[in-house]
Ligand binder design. Structure first.
Ligand code: SF4
Length: 397
């Protein structure tokens, strides 16, 4: 099914990679947005005097793909009518604190063995990716920020690697210019970062949470699920961040039985490199098996045992590892919710391909709702809300 794509921002042609594949002409914008147009149709439009930029930007039929994951990609603009609230794969998430999560893109360049959202090329569950136009994201962010008032942290994360977003500098600059925002932070696996990008972000960004799961490079690549993972590059990125005005937090996932011996080495590296000047230097997470996440064989460790290990390491290294909301200045905040409850039956307009196989994106009451259904986009159905979490909804119909 061709996806509705709306107008794309197209670069001058000399910035676009272009090639033929089978009966299609393929264009790649910013290394991530792949546009596929049937060669015949492309030639017809050229013959009618259209420019290549015009054809890429708005003509149908064409298919958009995430060049990194290979999945179909939906370009979410204001004109698309797709709300940025209600879904966890893209847009904005308000969990009722002073933190607003910003999700500009889905999809990942890694393939971690423990990935909670089963991301990367090896996914068995993710069917579609989304990318949000920066102006739309900023406009909607501003509305939530005004409602919440001063003291907001914009935290850029996602179901995937947020730095694959080609408009990251524009986004970070944009949120930082909003008067209510005082902290801008982001998560990353570090692979898309480099010195130039860090320098561009430095005046606006407060903190980067960088995942490093092992100091042994072979094990690190094994855990990342791809030989493309370059630990040396990521460690160098850590050094550059720590030397900049941006605070560095190293965020390993402890997968018992896999990287038990690496945790101490990661702590040593974090201390040596100068992580945590403002915030804690480490945010150690325990591997959890999620319903739609990637499962890895790991030794069972209870939460009390996990925290006991953290407390022992705190004493050993004289470092804070058991983190609290107050370490990040997180406090309760105002929020507005669509207010649907589990069991409600609502009328939902199905508009786009769903994030997971067997799902479709629907719209109702200013929220994008994931709908488990056999119906295709283009129809309106009655569906029952089966899950509600922080103003994000799953329906079935
Ligand atoms: S980097 Fe993060 S999102 Fe990407 S595969 Fe690994 S855990 Fe998943």
């Amino acid at each position: 099914m061709p996806l509705k794509t709306q107008n794309l921002r197209v670069l001058p042609m000399n910035f676009i990679e272009s090639y033929h594949e089978g009966s299609e002409r393929v264009f790649v914008l910013h290394g991530i947005i792949e546009i596929r147009i049937p060669s015949k149709a492309f030639q017809q439009h050229l013959d009618r005097g259209r420019t290549v930029e015009e054809i890429i930007s708005s003509l149908e039929p064409r298919i958009l793909k995430n060049h990194v994951t290979g999945r179909n990609l939906v370009y979410v603009t204001r004109e698309s009518g797709i709300p940025l609230r209600g879904h966890n794969a893209f847009g904005l998430i308000d969990r009722g604190t002073n933190v607003i999560q910003v999700r500009p893109i889905s999809g990942c360049n890694m393939n971690c063995i423990f990935c909670a959202v089963d991301e990367g090329r090896g996914t068995k569950t993710r069917a579609t990716d989304y990318i949000v136009e920066p102006e739309y994201l900023l406009e909607e962010f501003r509305k939530i920020a005004e409602l919440k008032g001063a003291g907001i942290e914009a935290h850029i994360d996602g179901q995937g690697e947020p730095f694959l977003y080609p408009y990251m500098v524009e986004l970070v600059k944009g949120v930082k210019s909003i008067p209510e925002v005082n902290v801008v932070s982001a998560q990353t696996n570090g692979m898309p970062l480099n010195e130039k990008l860090i320098q561009e972000l430095e005046p606006y960004m407060s903190r980067i949470n960088l995942s490093i799961n092992a100091i042994d490079s072979e094990l690190a690549a094994k855990m990342a699920g791809t030989t493309d993972y370059d630990l040396n590059h990521v460690m160098n990125v850590a050094r550059i961040i720590a030397d900049s005005e941006i605070d560095l937090l190293i965020a390993p996932v402890w997968v018992p039985g896999w990287n038990d011996n690496e945790i101490t080495r990661i702590i040593d590296f974090a201390m040596k490199v100068g992580a945590g000047r403002v915030y804690p230097p480490l945010g150690l997470q325990k591997y959890l098996s999620h319903k739609n996440g990637r499962k890895v064989r790991a030794k069972r460790v209870s939460f009390p045992a996990f925290y006991e290990r953290l407390r022992n390491m705190e004493k050993e290294h004289n470092i804070k590892l058991v983190l609290e909301k107050s370490d990040f200045g997180i406090v309760p905040g105002r929020r507005d919710r669509a207010g649907y409850r589990k069991g409600d039956v609502i009328s939902i307009e199905l508009v786009e391909a769903g994030r997971l196989s067997g799902e479709v994106l629907g719209i109702c009451g200013g929220r994008t709702i994931a709908v488990i259904t056999r119906k295709a986009p283009g129809s309106t159905i009655k569906a029952k809300i089966v899950r509600v979490k922080d103003d994000m909804y799953l329906a079935e119909g």
